[in-house]
Design a binder for this molecule. Structure first.
Ligand code: TEU
Length: 580
């Protein structure tokens, strides 16, 4: 009676290869290092690996700047190593989805090198080139004009074709002296945007996708895929609240559904492939449309914006609330209940560590990490774990900007300083601690030997000093560990179909600290209760769940079953009951 798909029943484990396991001592994680840990993943009980980019790349954005879509970056290994990884996963009945980064390439990609060589190059329209605007056209006076803002060569006095901003700060355009035009880059200037209006370019992308699917991969995570359609004329942004200026123009652009449908019809429909589209801004209604286009699911980030500041944008500091988190996720649970399918995620390589962000970094680190695991693994949708969350890894305690590697952080801090929005080092460090993607990119902590067993060389990023207590080896020995709890919940998902297909019903729309909900199918009901706070509390469950029940999971190791008329909940206590 369900619309069954393998990817609806799976749990995905995201591996950031640079920080997972280094097999050759160069301080950077690699593919053979992942192969060494396949039994670890198998024992954990995950079903799919999402591998962040391992393609040929100069590494400006740690691989999201691709120079050759069909070659493996030799820092990560060879294509033979990659084939061994795929075979090793499939031998263990696990699957592999690769990262598809087709909104942009590296500026070192052969296509861009040819495109920038001349205005008549046959590759010119693979990218987005435009003449600049004169000061007069842009309505900027000589006095206002600041050439340094655009790194213009001497004597060139013009402005970018429009006012769009990069997600990494500054203008989304860079002037290229060779042909005297500007090219668009919604990310770093070394990541030029591809022009999806070119059918020839789209053809090249579909052929490349087919090449990887023919090798046996099981699908793609699609990087910022709802940015690929840009409107005719590239008009200025006209929404001052947009996440970055111009986003109202280039997010979900005019041809986006045509392109996603075409990609599905031309390539993906020939495979039983899982696709998850990363979408910077997407509503439930748009997510439903992307499902109609053939996308399995999308990543939305509404719940990961709740701690943005009032000024708006990622590089601001605010506070999330339980009410915000619960209502945002409930909107998505209810919105995609009948059609479409949710992805579930609280962590990835771009976000701070979930226990530090939504849980407790102190006394209740383990209990809160397990509570968050309960939320991730008992909501309706496909859960995406990020390497290290299964042992409750935390944000890195930055002591100086010299420890930061991330281009997004470095660029945004530079632009914020230049604009005067950030002044003191303390302000900068506080924001870096709150927001930097490097919080999630410190090496995986395997055991308590030097560098946490990640490398026997010098790690490219410092290891979190808490690795002596927080590591896989210690967790596997400790029956109360976060790791053990994840394994238990993952095994429950395999055993009870209600975890996958049960409909979500919220019981506590406005309780100040308790979030309780049910998951219901025709023959089973889960009752989940989460005390989302560091203080103990009591909670009276709805009358129709009180009574006989089996306690399937408890982050305090409770054994008893039965649901009483009032529940005494300890700080950060999570329980999962099965009602007959
Ligand atoms: O992330 C896109 C990205 O940076 C989003 O976090 C976006 O900035 C945010 O949702 C807007 O609020 C993808 C990759 O995950 C990231 O690692 C890359 O740096 C980026 O695209 C460019 O490829």
């Amino acid at each position: 009676e369900y619309d069954r798909e393998w990817w609806k029943e799976a749990v995905v484990y995201q591996i950031y290869p640079r920080s997972f396991n280094d097999s050759n001592g160069d301080g950077v994680g690699d593919i053979p290092g992942i192969v060494e840990k396949l039994d670890y993943l198998d024992e954990l009980g995950v079903d799919v690996v999402w591998l962040n980019p391992v393609y040929e790349s100069p590494g400006v954005d740690n691989g999201y700047d691709i120079a050759d879509y069909r070659a493996i970056n030799d820092r990560y290994g060879t294509m033979a190593d990659w084939e061994e990884l795929l075979a090793g996963l499939h031998d263990r009945d696990m699957r592999l989805i690769m990262d598809l980064v087709v909104n942009h390439t590296s500026d070192e990609h052969a296509w861009f090198q040819r495109s920038r060589s001349s205005r008549d190059s046959e590759y010119r329209d693979y990218y987005i080139w435009r003449e600049g605007r004169s000061l007069r056209e842009a309505g900027v006076s000589e006095a206002e004009f600041d050439a340094s803002e655009y790194h213009l060569p001497r004597g060139v006095r013009e402005l970018p074709p429009n006012d769009w901003e990069s997600f990494f700060g500054g203008s989304a355009w860079t002037y290229d002296e060779e042909t005297g035009e500007w090219y668009l880059h919604l990310f770093d200037e070394r990541q030029p945007d591809l022009n999806w209006q070119s059918e020839t370019l789209r053809e090249e992308i579909y052929e490349m996708m087919g090449w990887w699917l023919q090798k046996g991969i099981d699908g793609f995570r699609m990087d910022v895929i709802n940015l690929i359609s840009k409107p005719e004329g590239l008009p200025d942004g006209d929404d001052s609240d947009a996440i970055v200026r111009g986003a109202d123009q280039f997010v979900n652009g005019p041809n986006i559904h045509e392109y996603i449908s075409e990609m599905h019809d031309r390539v993906l429909s020939n495979y039983d492939a899982m696709t998850v589209g990363e979408m910077a801004e997407v509503t439930v209604d748009e997510a439903l449309r992307f499902s109609e286009d053939g996308m399995s699911m999308v990543f939305n980030f509404d719940h990961l914006r709740l701690d943005f500041g009032p000024e708006g944008g990622r590089w601001t500091k605010g506070e999330w609330t339980l009410d915000g988190l619960r209502s945002t996720l409930t909107e998505w649970q209810e919105g995609l209940e009948a059609e479409g399918w949710n992805s579930l995620h609280f962590n990835n390589h771009d976000e701070p560590r979930m226990v530090s962000r939504f849980g407790d970094d102190g006394e209740y680190r383990r209990e809160s990490a397990k509570l968050l695991a309960t939320l991730l693994l008992t909501l309706k949708g496909t859960p995406f774990m990020y390497q290290g969350e299964e042992i409750g890894m935390q944000n890195y305690p930055f002591s100086s900007l010299t420890e930061v590697r991330d281009v997004d952080t470095l660029n945004n801090v530079r632009f914020a300083r230049e604009s005067g929005r950030l002044e003191t080092d303390e302000e900068v460090l506080e924001l870096v601690q709150h927001r930097s993607r490097d919080n999630a990119r410190t090496p995986m902590q395997w055991h308590d030997d030097e560098h946490a067993g990640f490398t026997n060389g010098t790690p490219w990023m410092p290891v979190n000093p808490n690795y002596t207590e927080v590591n896989v080896a210690a967790a596997r020995r400790d029956e109360r560990s976060v790791h053990r709890y994840y394994r238990h919940l993952l095994s429950l998902r395999d055993e009870y179909e209600v975890f996958v297909y049960g409909d979500y019903t919220l019981h506590t729309p406005d309780h100040e600290q308790v979030w309780a909900y049910s998951r219901v199918t025709t023959d089973a009901e889960l009752f989940v209760v989460l005390n989302f706070d560091g203080t103990a509390t009591t909670y009276a469950p709805p009358a129709d769940v009180v009574g006989e029940a089996e306690l399937l999971a408890s982050n305090y190791g409770l054994a008893t079953g039965g649901i009483g008329e009032t529940l005494d909940l300890s700080p950060w206590e999570a329980r999962v009951y099965l009602l007959d």
